[in-house]
Design a binder for this molecule. Sequence first.
Ligand SMILES: CSC[C@H]1O[C@@H](n2cnc3c(O)ncnc32)[C@H](O)[C@@H]1O
Ligand SMILES: [Zn+2]
Length: 439
Amino acid sequence: MQRVDTLIHAGWVIPVEPRESVLEGHSVVVHNGRIEAVLPRDQAEAAYTADAVHELGGHAVIPGLVNAHTHAAMSLMRGLADDLPLMTWLKEHIWPAEGANVSHAFVDDGTRLAAAEMLRSGTTCFNDMYLFPDAAGAAAEAAGIRANLGMIVFGFPTPWANTADEYFERGIAVHDRFRDHPLITTAFSPHAPYTVPDESLSRIATLAEELDVPVHIHVHETAHEVDEAVEQDGRRPLERLDSLGLVGPRLQAVHATQLTDDEIGRLAENGASVVHCPQSNLKLASGFCPVAALAGAGVNLALGTDGAASNNDLDMLAEMQSAALLGKAVAGEPAALPAEAALEMATLGGARALGLEADIGSVVAGKAADLVAIDLNRVATRPLYHPVSQIVYAAGRDQVTDVWVAGRHTVSNGHLTTLDETELLERADGWRDKLAANA
Ligand SMILES: CSC[C@H]1O[C@@H](n2cnc3c(O)ncnc32)[C@H](O)[C@@H]1O
Ligand SMILES: [Zn+2]
């Protein structure tokens, strides 16, 4: 008998790799933060004893969800400005509020609040794009959640940096600080083609190769963005990014609601990922990402919530359901984006986009033990024909009971083990008062 850290006896294990696999009555064996084995329960019990044994018979265990695009600290701006189109929302509400209020302390508190919401709803990894990424990293560390921090770049001053050189210096300092961290990685995160000049974008193309990191950017979010670029520059933004060397396997193209067939082909040929944010696109009326066409062309698809100021939650289960339903509506085809494909987008697709597929995204021996247990023994998900159908089309985040990140039990029976929720709420209220006073 081998002694290990944790044994999870599940009703079903949904490994995601291979896509259609559902392992009934299986156990996940966890040791030193990694998945040691996934076995039928009787075999696991015959071979292993564990310090912690979890009986989760009515539960499905899935890979930790990967939120592939968010602005975590914007949880403190949830509900600040609703029901507006993107550029009015940004220019008249969000950017002024950020200019007046965002600081290291704001990002620390906002990211902790977001991490609590994400962990409790089954997200174990988030791809962040926000000011003060050093504070976001420290908050993620405290929460015990995996994070990819944005080395952000804008073409104008913000509370984080004033000049192009300052953005690069500060971003690279964050990269260096977290270089060997077990849960934290970095990406270049130029905000968008319309806010970052060519010189900075080509510098990013070179540095991303040197540092071996992805490039995370909002692109083709609205028709207005594309039309304005064509008017000013004679080219569509993706063409401009391509000419600057940014359309390649490192690219995480966020939103991509406006794509021609040629552009879909170009993304596929170059191995780029698209990060679909259906609820933010719906709320800002930005447009519809052609996910079925992208999947058909072989483009890797990931899923993100965007920030809580435009979503207005960080709930990846709900996002999966929206993606699956909208994918069918946009394609005019109910077979487009089946439940298994939506789950893959929210897990392995995100891991691939972040360059972390060797480590996370599926429940496979050797990968990190980023795991989520969902209680299917509830009225919302019974009777049960297909666990994956219940997870994608019916389950709510209140059904997430247990979460492990690299083997650490961060949510236990619905309770966060790493952060004090009462304190998070008090601080959130404090920021609400400050933002309201500064408005
Ligand atoms: C580079 S820091 C992130 C920056 O992005 C802003 N933002 C939030 N949501 C969106 C969106 O959907 N499109 C474009 N920009 C967005 C956020 O307020 C920060 O300023
Ligand atoms: Zn965004």
